[in-house]
Design a protein around this ligand. Structure first.
Ligand code: CUA
Length: 349
């Protein structure tokens, strides 16, 4: 840090404030672009709805830039004229007072902004109408919890968490609501945002043009772990989606090994059953995420950590260390019990 600062000091002094600002802004944009591009850049639209939002964004950006340049131009002009006037004053000549500016002020301060804002309003409303087309091939219900996403396929009897499988090229309707506080559904590459409200259902539509994994994020501050309330939309070809539906319908496979069977018993006899559900078993609570197919999920803790054996151990032993404030209490299992439990959970595919 120190070395870089020292080395930069020489040439930085030589740069004007404007140039430095410009470099800073461009630098931030480039860095932000690099890091986010593959993950959740709203500029990399992957659906017609998202493309409409991007078009609006660029239009607003261009208009904002235009206004900025014009205002700076006038400011420079005013400063330059002032200096000239002062020179004239020093030469003891009469300076004309700036009379007759009222029409310009009215034009620049009221008429032109009103025209620009009206034009933007028209484009924004047009975009809104374009993305809110209430047509869909099927419906998925998404429920926001502090801080994870419950995902139900009511037409197929499937419940999962923190990932939404959809078929490529099909428009899916989302029925959204919140279990506790307001959350907001946002998959930047697939379109705009929609709030999830307690006691009031909202509707949204998503569609993906290409098979990919799209990261989504809660976009409304909802408490301590708002940042860690992520999810993935996984768009797969229609035949693969049908296969996914078939595999996820009905209970998971029975434990195939002795250890997995022991893990199942430990699960059913412990406090796990008070919060979780596993189809076809005694566990039938809906407080925490449904674990029927936990073994097939990508992440734990709503996008926080990869779903692998090591992380599963850590999460079960003390999820509070990984995601403080979540509702999963620490557990005090013996190591061999923990091994068996993790083996069972991993087998739930
Ligand atoms: Cu849920 Cu922020």
């Amino acid at each position: 840090m120190k070395v870089a600062k020292h080395r930069c000091a020489g040439w930085r002094r030589g740069l004007g404030i404007g140039a430095r600002l410009a470099i800073g802004v461009v630098g931030i944009m480039v860095l932000a672009g690099c890091e986010q591009a593959q993950v959740q850049s709203m500029l990399e639209a992957a659906s017609a709805d998202a493309a409409a939002v991007v078009d609006l964004w660029w239009l607003m950006f261009a208009m904002g830039l235009g206004v900025y340049v014009v205002v700076l131009g006038f400011m420079g002009f005013a400063m330059f004229r002032r200096w000239r006037d002062e020179d004239a004053e020093e030469a003891s000549e009469e300076v004309e007072p700036p009379l007759g500016n009222t029409p310009f002020v009215l034009m620049g301060g009221a008429v032109i902004p009103a025209l620009i804002l009206t034009a933007l309003l028209v484009f924004a409303l047009e975009t809104q109408v374009a993305v809110n087309r209430p047509q869909a091939d099927f419906t998925i219900e998404v429920v926001g919890h502090q801080w994870w996403w419950e995902v139900n396929y009511p037409e197929h009897g499937i419940t999962t968490a923190n990932e939404i499988y959809i078929p490529v090229g099909e428009r899916v309707q989302l029925e959204l609501y919140a279990e506790d506080v307001i959350h907001s559904f946002w998959v930047p590459r697939l379109g705009g945002k929609r709030d999830l409200l307690p006691e009031h259902e909202t509707t949204f539509w998503i569609e993906a043009d290409e098979a990919d994994v799209y990261r989504g994020q809660c976009a409304e501050y909802c408490g301590l772990q708002h940042t860690h309330m992520a999810f993935h939309v996984i768009a797969v070809p229609p035949d693969e989606f049908e296969q996914w539906l078939a595999e996820r319908q009905g209970p998971p496979p029975q434990p195939a090994s002795e250890e997995a069977e022991r893990g199942r018993q430990i699960f059913m006899e412990s406090t796990c059953v008070e919060c979780h559900r596993i189809e076809g078993t005694l566990a039938d609570s809906e407080i925490g995420p449904d674990l029927t197919h936990i073994g097939s999920r990508r992440t734990l803790g709503a996008g926080m950590i990869e779903n692998n054996r090591g992380n599963l151990y850590g999460w079960i032993v003390n999820a509070q260390r990984i995601k403080p404030g979540n509702r999963m209490p620490p557990t005090s299992l013996e190591p061999d019990e923990l091994h068996a439990l993790v083996t069972y959970l991993e087998s739930l595919e």
